[in-house]
Ligand binder design. Structure first.
Ligand code: HEC
Length: 192
């Protein structure tokens, strides 16, 4: 390549000269455009409700898969054995957690500690005396609809699963509403 002597810069280090060879305008334009783009992309990715991270996408697919598995469990019955079995299945509890957060957390809080709905994590219950009563309350509601009835919103299987999840929250003793109703006997344990 033939060098243009007019484009040599002033400095000279032991005879070594620097050639003035700036990056071209289009290169700058692409660089600046990518800086501007990254700002918008960052804002979108971090703050837009329309963006979803890989983690979100992963958990959505995971829950879809769990739901498929849930469909393969057959008809679930509201009895102690079924509830205890479901509680021992972390993937099913994950499905129930999703249902709880969407449908129940507005009154009972995500943690189960209660907002205008009662605390589900302590040993005190208003409408529950034994494990299978949880399903009954979810199905029929309580306190004239202050606790809504869910029999039309959820299938029987889903209500049994929700009951298992709600029962599993007992004993977490989350800070929230204080104890209401009466203290009841502990849940039965598996293998008894
Ligand atoms: C609109 C508010 C609201 C929503 C939504 C709600 N609950 Fe409730 N829930 C209540 C209230 C209020 C009570 C207490 C009823 C009473 O005073 O007897 C309650 C009671 C309960 C009880 C009985 C607790 C006890 O001490 O007897 C269970 C179990 C329960 N809810 C589960 C659920 C589940 C599961 C969901 C979601 C599918 C849900 N709730 C959604 C308001 C709500």
């Amino acid at each position: 390549m033939k060098l243009n002597p007019n484009r040599l810069t002033e400095h000279d280090y032991d005879g070594i000269r620097e050639y003035d060879n700036p990056t071209p305008g289009w290169w700058h334009a692409i660089f600046l455009a990518s800086v501007v783009f990254s700002w918008f992309y960052f804002m979108f990715y971090e703050f837009s409700p329309m963006s979803s991270s890989e983690r979100d996408i992963w958990s959505k697919t995971q829950v879809a898969e769990y739901k498929r598995l849930f469909g393969t469990l057959g008809d679930l019955k509201n009895d102690e054995a079924t509830i205890l079995k479901l509680q021992g299945m972390p993937d099913m509890m994950q499905v129930a957690l999703g249902m709880f957060e969407t449908n129940c957390a507005q009154c009972h809080a995500k943690t189960g500690g209660g907002i205008n709905g009662v605390n589900l994590t302590d040993d005190h219950y208003k409408n529950v005396k034994k494990l299978t009563d949880v399903y009954a309350v979810i199905t029929a509601g309580a306190a004239n609809g202050a606790m809504p009835a869910w029999r039309t919103n959820f299938s029987e299987n889903e209500r049994v699963l929700l009951a298992a999840y709600v029962a599993s929250m007992r004993g977490l003793d989350v800070v929230g509403r204080g104890p209401e109703g009466e203290q009841i006997a502990p849940w039965p344990t598996a293998g008894k």
